[in-house]
Design a protein around this ligand. Structure first.
Ligand code: NDP
Length: 330
């Protein structure tokens, strides 16, 4: 079966030659096992971190071994009583077109209420990250101003909508005019800024957030975040969710250059890793499902087609090729 392995640890931006396609023989199905065929594969910025040989909250990928991410797969053969042929499951699995599994850590899903891809996005780790980061660290209050970076992406587009549901004034930062337009027309943000065409981000944020910034949901880090942090209010909270602007840097990223502003404003800045909040996943998923059902929350996916395009889809994240969740349909 077709398999994608990590051939080289990327230097700077990941490139095609960092990945290799190999053919692996499938073992015979043993008692208690199921055979799965991939249907959808999630590609995520955090996978870039696992391609480094560094200690982090998840172990690094090994060289010459398959890369893994969250997927949706179909059971095509079964010798496990818990699964029948045609069942659809989601879980963290390697990038192998077909594979054998013992069925552990897989969750059965269906497309009765939402498309299957939603389990990789709004009802998966993406939605949980948005909801738990925003509520647990952001602690939003009605009338406050929220700024979201990476706003048109998977996590960001949900955070902005949650901000509106919870009564905040919401501004988003994204990389194209079309994305900025969509923030307002589809996701209900009050304002948007294109960081690629705006010369003075600090000023643009001041103009967009007339009452200052109370909550900053940070998906990108780097200079964009410094510009936001120049505009903060007393007791503001930053959710340090991601720093995609620095993931491909080859030197150690610089520290926050706005420390005096944090001190002056008694601001809180907290790192966030979704897996630390596992105890709240059920509650968060329930709430997200409720918002979806009530039509208060919408979600979008950018879907690329073909197993052979998984690396390309992943690399596309660093070029802003996606709006909403980037998913590969197999
Ligand atoms: P996105 O859907 O947001 O995809 C990445 C987006 O980032 C791109 O579409 C692009 O949009 C933007 N981007 C790429 N390069 C840069 C850059 N140099 N500067 C600014 N923006 C850039 O991904 P996710 O929603 O899945 O993830 C968002 C962030 O959240 C990531 O940093 C990720 O690592 C983090 N994350 C953290 C989790 C946690 O537990 N802490 C869990 C899940 C995600 P544009 O066109 O606007 O540039």
């Amino acid at each position: 079966t077709k398999t994608i392995i990590l051939k080289h640890r990327p230097e700077g931006k990941p490139k095609s030659s960092d990945f290799e396609f190999i053919d692996e023989e499938l073992a015979d199905l043993k008692s208690g096992e199921i055979q799965l065929k991939l249907k959808y594969v999630s590609v995520d910025p955090y996978l870039r971190g696992r391609m480094r040989d560094e200690k982090s909250y998840m172990p690094p990928f090994e060289l010459d071994a398959p890369i893994a991410s969250m997927v949706v797969a179909e059971v095509i053969e079964t010798k496990n009583d818990d699964f029948k042929k045609g069942d659809v499951v989601t879980g963290m699995l390697p990038w192998k077109k077909e594979q054998i599994s013992d069925g552990k850590n897989l969750t059965k899903i269906d497309d009765k209420n939402v498309p299957l891809t939603a389990y990789l996005g709004v009802l998966g780790l993406t939605g949980l990250t948005a909801y738990l980061g925003f509520t647990e660290i952001g602690k939003p209050k009605k009338g406050e101003t929220l700024v979201v970076s990476g706003a048109a992406g998977a996590v960001g587009s949900i955070v902005g909508q949650l901000g509106k549901i919870m009564g905040c004034h919401v501004a988003g930062i994204a990389g194209t005019d079309a994305k900025v337009e969509k923030l307002k027309s589809k996701f209900g943000f009050d304002a948007g800024i294109n960081y690629k065409t705006t010369e003075n981000m600090r000023k643009a944020i001041a103009e967009t957030c007339k009452d200052g910034v109370d909550i900053y949901f940070d998906n990108v880090g780097g200079e964009i975040s410094d510009a936001v942090l120049y505009n903060i209010n007393k007791f503001m909270r930053t959710i340090n969710c991601g720093a995609i602007a620095t993931y491909n840097e080859t030197s150690v990223p610089r520290g926050v250059s706005v420390r005096p502003f944090l001190i002056k404003n008694s601001a809180l800045m907290q790192g966030f890793i979704v897996s630390n909040y596992e105890a709240k996943f059920d509650e968060a998923r329930k709430q997200l499902g409720k918002y979806l059902k009530e039509g208060k929350l919408t979600h979008e996916e950018t879907i690329k087609e073909g197993f052979e395009n998984i690396p390309e889809a992943f690399m596309g994240l660093f070029e802003g090729e996606n709006t909403g969740k980037m998913v590969v349909k197999i």
